[in-house]
Design a protein around this ligand. Structure first.
Ligand SMILES: [Zn+2]
Length: 306
């Protein structure tokens, strides 16, 4: 691998100084064209390397041809970059960020325990608070998608589609029994408890974890004496406090369940791999400014946190 020389390799329209300034550290980068809205927003633990790989990618030639400069926002760690990227894409909807349009109401599978056994129910965020309702599995754009996923898992794990409410029941068991796709819980060949245990096992990796704290927590990231604290609550991103920025800034982030934030944080938080500061957050109002600094819902401008 040869060392990249952005000044030489940069396509003619891109400001070479903007490329030369890109650091080999984590953060968000922004491809800008003529319009006010960005062309593309991405994140990396090595901004410079990632941007250079965009410039080399042939399938991205159309975007590169429209790019006039590439800006960046440095972060102290990867989580900060992920949170910032997700928020910026949502707010600014860049032209070249191909992302499935998220429906406003997410659906999930609720496993309801009844006297006869566990029954899956398709629910959505309007009736069941995501991130604080137990026994939810999977986040889906529609009930149909949730149903399809359950059907797929049922077939993979030889569960009974009739007991799951996905097919009608007949006296002699479900259709799956005839084609040996069901182990026979519908006719008593397998105990209901055993069937339900396999159902729970099939869904476990899709579990939507409840927010495990009473209030907000700060995820702390540090790089060369630079500290950033990302406040999150109910799987929602409230804002980032940065030690390089003085004075209190108004916080405006909401603390409601955000599926993007959930996906970013579920492992670091549930596995305990992120450095957390819970003390300041438990029961506290998440918009309270921290001593010696402040939380903001966004970085005020692109040089604020370099
Ligand atoms: Zn069956």
């Amino acid at each position: 691998m040869t060392r990249e020389e952005p000044r030489c390799k940069s396509p003619p329209k891109i400001d070479p100084d903007s490329l030369a300034a890109l650091p080999r550290s984590p953060g968000v980068y922004i491809f800008r064209g003529e319009g006010a809205l960005p062309l593309y927003i991405g994140k990396s633990v090595d901004i410079r390397a990632r941007v250079m790989s965009h410039l080399r990618a042939r399938h991205e030639a159309r975007m590169i041809a429209q790019t006039l400069r590439v800006d960046f926002i440095g972060t102290a760690g990867e989580i900060g970059a992920l949170l910032q990227e997700a928020r910026m894409i949502k707010e600014q909807r860049p032209l070249f960020n191909i992302r499935l349009r998220r429906s406003r109401t997410l659906c999930s599978i609720l496993l309801r325990r009844t006297l006869t056994g566990v029954v899956p129910e398709f629910v959505d965020g309007t009736t069941h608070a995501l991130g604080s309702t137990p026994d939810l599995y999977g986040l889906f754009a529609s009930r149909h998608a949730a149903r399809m996923k359950l059907r797929e898992l049922a077939q993979e794990h030889a569960l009974c589609l009739a007991l799951l409410g996905l097919e009608g029941t007949a006296g002699r068991g479900c259709f799956g029994l005839q084609i040996r796709r069901c182990r026979g819980a519908c006719v008593g060949r397998e105990s209901r408890a055993e069937h339900d245990e396999r159902l729970s096992a099939a869904l476990i990796e899709h579990q939507v974890h409840c927010w495990p704290y009473r209030g907000a927590v700060d995820i702390v990231e540090e790089a060369e004496g630079w500290v950033q604290r990302h406040r999150v609550h109910n799987w929602g991103y409230v804002g980032t406090w940065c030690s390089k920025r003085g004075g209190a800034l108004p916080g405006a982030g909401t603390a409601s369940f955000d599926p993007d934030v959930y996906k970013i944080l579920v492992k670091p938080i549930m596995l305990g791999s992120a450095r957390l500061d819970v003390a300041g957050g438990v029961g506290a109002c998440c918009r309270t400014a921290a001593p010696g600094g402040g939380y903001s819902s966004r970085f005020p401008d692109e040089i604020a946190c370099r």
